[in-house]
Design a protein around this ligand. Structure first.
Ligand code: FMN
Length: 355
């Protein structure tokens, strides 16, 4: 039989109070809202804006055309740019590949070493850049290494099996990535509404939901399903603070409706993008290299050619209709979520008691 909670147990702090929980306390942020990595694009300014707004911003890796040293230097410049613009904590997202011998792929190692070296040389940076988010492959042995450097390890997964594996390895935060998400999506094809509760019921590690969230309603839903916060991509891409990207990219997200997206074979498996000439071409052609796909992503983001370039975006773009300003959006999301949670409780249990 379904248990109906005692209505007094649902009466929490007022709806204007901050949404604090074990995740916000662990990271040292005001709101359980994360801007997740959006490589191969520069998100340094956006990350600083999110961290200044009380969320957690994430610097993304630039991608590489083969010159790993140059890619490492570029990442370092993004980290420095972000640190100059905020005093708050921020993260770096590093997709992790593996070599045949099981060791971390060279490109991932270059990015990691760049971050570790930068932190070791600068105490203020080390206090701010306390979080590394890994994605793509499972980082064997990496959690212990990051912990020994005083770094919080978040890892993004697309299946319950991978979430359990990450939790068993001691990962501090698991990011549950639903298939509706923008960019590289899990090969399991699991969507947020099914994946998140599956994971929540199997691990005790704090979990963030990534995929399909664009406002306080999505945050409230994630919290109801047991998440400790949300990690957004597409919503933050369409922001006045995302000034390093060509404006046509955000316009493409605003114009997108239901059915405007499709999944192609990206650099790390399935990748959700805008349906256009570029994505239809890659889907039909089949044999494009990773470098060609990264170049097509840059064409959309730098040149603003959103017809012949790849526009990574989630299904959530169908509900994105305006550009946000991050300083207003992040705290508003938390207030909205709290109000929705309170109103839902009142509607469900208040009506029951009244009637
Ligand atoms: C433009 C774009 C680029 C992305 N690049 C990365 C990346 O480099 N690494 C990664 O782990 N996830 C990447 N993602 C996924 C996001 O981090 C996030 O998980 C996803 O956008 C959440 O889904 P949403 O778009 O519905 O908010 C990207 C997403 C977008 C939209």
């Amino acid at each position: 039989m379904t248990q109906i909670p005692d209505s007094t147990a649902l009466m929490g702090p007022p709806s204007s109070a901050p949404l604090q929980n074990r995740y916000t306390r662990m990271i040292g942020i005001a709101h359980p809202v994360v801007q997740e990595g959006m490589g191969p694009f520069n998100t340094a300014r956006l990350a600083a804006a999110v961290s200044n707004a009380g969320g957690l911003g994430t610097v993304s890796v630039p991608g590489t055309d083969g010159d790993l040293r140059a890619a490492g230097r570029l990442l370092r410049s993004y980290v420095d740019q972000c640190a100059q613009l905020t005093d708050g904590p921020f993260a770096v997202n590093i997709p992790v590949g593996h070599r045949k011998d099981g060791r971390i792929a060279t490109f991932s190692r270059v990015y990691l070493d760049e971050v570790l070296t930068a932190r070791r040389a600068d105490e203020k940076l080390a206090r701010q850049l306390r979080i590394i988010t890994t994605s793509a492959g499972f980082p064997h042995g990496l959690t212990d290494e990051l912990h020994s450097e005083g770094i919080i390890h978040q890892h993004k997964v697309g299946s319950t099996r991978h979430a359990i594996k990450a939790a068993e390895a001691g990962v501090d935060v698991v990011i549950a990535a639903g298939f509706e998400m923008g960019g590289h999506a899990p090969t399991s094809g699991m969507h947020s509404l099914v994946l998140l509760p599956n994971i929540i019921e199997r691990i005790d590690t704090p979990v963030l939901l990534s995929g399909g969230v664009r406002n306080g309603r999505g945050l409230a839903a994630a919290l109801c399903l047991g998440a400790d916060g949300v990690a957004l991509g597409s919503r933050f891409a369409a922001s006045t603070d995302n000034a390093d990207w060509h404006p046509a990219y955000a316009e493409a997200l605003l114009d997108a409706g239901e059915g405007s997206d499709m999944v192609i074979n990206g650099v790390f498996g399935p990748c959700r993008v805008l349906r256009n000439e570029a994505s239809e071409g890659f889907a039909a052609g089949g044999s494009a290299t990773s470098a060609e796909k990264i170049e097509a992503m840059r064409r959309a983001q730098i040149d603003g050619d959103v017809r012949h370039g790849l526009v990574l975006m989630g299904q959530v773009a169908s509900g994105i209709e305006d550009l946000i300003t991050v300083s207003d959006f992040v705290p508003r999301m938390a207030v909205e979520a709290r109000q929705i949670l309170a109103a839902t409780a009142a509607r469900q249990w208040g009506d029951r008691e009244g009637g």
